[in-house]
Design a binder for this molecule. Sequence first.
Ligand code: MTE
Ligand code: MO
Length: 306
Amino acid sequence: MLIRHAPDLTDNDVTDRSLYLRRREFIGGAAGLGLLAAAGAASARGLAYSPGFSTTETPTPKKDITSYNNFYEFGVNKEDPSENAGSLKTRPWTIRVDGECEKPASFAIDDLIKANKLEERIYRMRCVEGWSMVIPWVGFPLKDLLTQVKPTSKAKFVAFETLMRPSEMPGQRWDTLQWPYREGLRIDEATHPLTILAVGLYGDVLPNQNGAPLRLVVPWKYGFKGIKSIVRISLVERMPATAWNVLAPREYGFYSNVNPAVDHPRWSQATERRIGEFRRRETLPFNGYGQYVADLYRGMDLKRNF
Ligand SMILES: Nc1nc2c(c(=O)[nH]1)N[C@H]1C(S)=C(S)[C@@H](COP(=O)(O)O)O[C@H]1N2
Ligand SMILES: [Mo]
């Protein structure tokens, strides 16, 4: 298969854009204070940093990123999450990391934020519905968290769960999906350097509607893999059940890599509408991240493993 990738992703120009952020403003969910400007580029300050993978494409306006959302725990319409997610209490918040590992542990969200190097990652996000955005996330590699609990050799997959709290998540009173929302990755996908846990966007604390206080971002996969408001991460031996696959197995596979050559049964995946643009644009294999991730799927039939 011919792997096309976006020409903007050269290692040189992205490392300069990789930023260390002050953790203080994220702790306790305090409102952001123009953190990026204050933090300055990591390279300029002589700090060590991991290589970034940010696109140089223009980020989607914050207003759109925070008002056009999918978060079924707060309703099925795009405006529901921004209107309803204020009811979610994101402190205190604990993330349990367990399963096939030597050191299962629970982490208070503020301790995770303090302990990990926060970076800005500007990623494309392609929803399976056919729209896309460019989002400047703040987060850290999922791998950094998984390493801490020492996965055993039986850890072949990672399973994720969203909070289950119908009193604050009114959508959970209806059977639109099987709650809590669940997602999963293969272990090599989970530990890939592009895979992050996000705690912010646009240099500010993550708004509730975008999955506060902690959500997954896997930029080469359809947006629904990016599970929000995570409370549990389990290392497991077998491929875990995932919310959309349980609902409609013929429509939503476990892998869900962005693939313009594999249509959804009810619509084409060849093109997408970038929010804010008029004309549709072509969808790229692996959402333009093929040069980084195509190797993970060498030898696999991506039509069968959709
Ligand atoms: N818990 C949970 N996570 C979720 C969803 C959801 O309904 N519930 N929707 C998914 C879908 S379909 C998409 S496209 C992205 C949207 O993320 P955004 O609203 O931050 O752009 O979140 C994903 N994560
Ligand atoms: Mo989506």
